[in-house]
Design a protein around this ligand. Structure first.
Ligand code: ADP
Ligand code: MG
Length: 389
């Protein structure tokens, strides 16, 4: 799950990460009020969307008076911002962050990610901040310093010094960096993050470090432990299908193919996608309904698949272990009737109450092809599309 910059700064501020004074605003009038509260003579008006690259796209504007704050907010609010991270459709700006402006001496890059290869949290730092790190990685990889933090011993002050020296910091900024890396690591581990990116992390002309931008992503599987973080979810920024899947606790990822899949178990779902490809088809999605799915859950999963315009056929592959095939069959029949199923559907039901499940499917008036063998089922669903075309 991703959150907005203003939320990320609030979260990280709680772990001692220095951030500028700021507040979110939903209208130009509110923006002026907020700027007045913050005080000073330089503000930055920043579009709040779940995507970076806002600066280059006109979503970050410096303002030197309250009138300029008002004008900048009016310009950004309600606009669809297209950045290199939003895709061509862009993202509608529904709120702005009004932040105190600062005098920047240098812009750096600092991030932490879960590194699956080293099975630890990796730190990445670069003197080339404020720009795309992918660009730096491609053209000047020597400008990026990377190392992992041992999960057993955890953060040690030398980790902070390593970053400080890589960025060429001096005196008080070195001390600040040690505190910052410590705080970021603590937040990362405690909150089950998958990524924290500070770009830019700036050194001000007064010699202080400030996190000027912040992107924090959380591991969805850890959210159950953090209701306060879950509360920061902004569904306006998410893919509607994935939001719906989340509500029903379904693991759903949309793909580009034409065969909708409903499977129980992530491993079986992967195998199902593989076998569809083996038979020359392309899966339209990954969908794991989980081990203990209910009739309602199956019905929701089914509607999710059918809402995708690309879906030309459906393959349901369920192995009934904890889950009973008759429950699945009832869910399928109920949902198919409700949404007026118009594409071919192949169902493979195996395991607990398998026969009963197949009987329910057969006795419904729906056009469902029942197959016991997975390879046959995949071949059949691929053929059904070819037949239609
Ligand atoms: P994005 O990464 O989406 O483009 P950033 O928050 O990184 O957005 O802002 C882009 C640039 O705007 C920064 O690299 C920095 O130069 C400038 N900037 C952002 N916030 C401030 C601020 N509070 N004071 C001064 N400059 C800022
Ligand atoms: Mg940035």
């Amino acid at each position: 799950m991703n959150i907005h910059e203003y939320q990320a700064k609030q979260v990280l501020g709680g772990y001692g990460i220095p951030v500028s004074k700021g507040k979110v605003a939903f209208s130009a009038e509110e923006a002026v009020k907020v700027a007045d509260e913050i005080g000073g003579s330089l503000w930055v008006v920043k579009a709040q969307i779940h995507a970076g690259g806002r600066g280059k796209a006109g979503g970050v504007i410096l303002a030197r008076s309250l009138d300029e704050v008002k004008a900048a907010t009016s310009k950004i609010l309600g606009k669809t911002l297209v950045t290199h991270q939003t895709g061509p459709k862009g993202q509608l700006v529904r709120k702005v962050y009004i932040e105190q402006g600062c005098d920047i001496d240098k812009e750096f890059y600092l991030s932490m990610i879960v590194n699956r290869q080293t099975e630890s949290v990796s730190v990445m730092a670069s003197q080339a901040g404020g720009v795309d790190i992918e660009e730096v990685a491609a053209s000047m990889p020597e400008k990026i310093v990377t190392f992992s933090i041992d999960p057993v011993s955890g953060f040690q002050p030398f980790h902070g010094r390593k970053v400080a020296f890589a960025l060429g910091l001096e005196a008080q900024a070195i001390k600040q960096m040690i505190t910052m890396v410590a705080g970021l690591y603590q937040a990362f581990v405690k909150l089950d993050c998958s990524q924290i990116e500070i770009n830019p992390l700036v050194l001000t002309t007064q010699g202080n470090l400030i996190a000027l931008d912040a992107k924090v992503s959380f591991d969805d599987n850890g959210l159950i432990r953090h209701p306060d973080i879950e509360a920061l979810r902004d569904t306006d920024e998410e893919d509607p299908a994935e939001t719906q899947a989340h509500e029903y606790e379904l693991s759903y990822v949309k793909l580009d193919g034409s065969i909708g899949c409903m499977v129980n178990g992530a491993g079986l779902a992967m195998a199902t996608m593989d076998i569809i490809k083996l038979h020359g088809g392309e899966p339209a999605n990954f969908l794991d309904v989980g081990g203990g799915a209910t009739k309602e859950k199956v019905s929701a999963a089914f509607k999710l698949i059918l809402a995708d315009q690309n879906v030309k056929a459906i393959l349901i592959n369920i192995f009934g272990g904890i889950m009973r095939c008759d429950v699945i069959a009832e869910g399928i029949v109920a949902a198919a009737k409700e949404v007026h199923l118009s594409v071919p559907m192949v169902v493979r039901l195996q395991g607990t109450n398998g026969e009963l499940g197949k009987k329910i499917l057969k006795e419904s008036t729906l056009k469902i092809i029942s197959e016991d063998d997975l390879s046959q089922a995949a071949a059949c669903v691929v053929k059904s599309i070819r037949g239609a075309a």
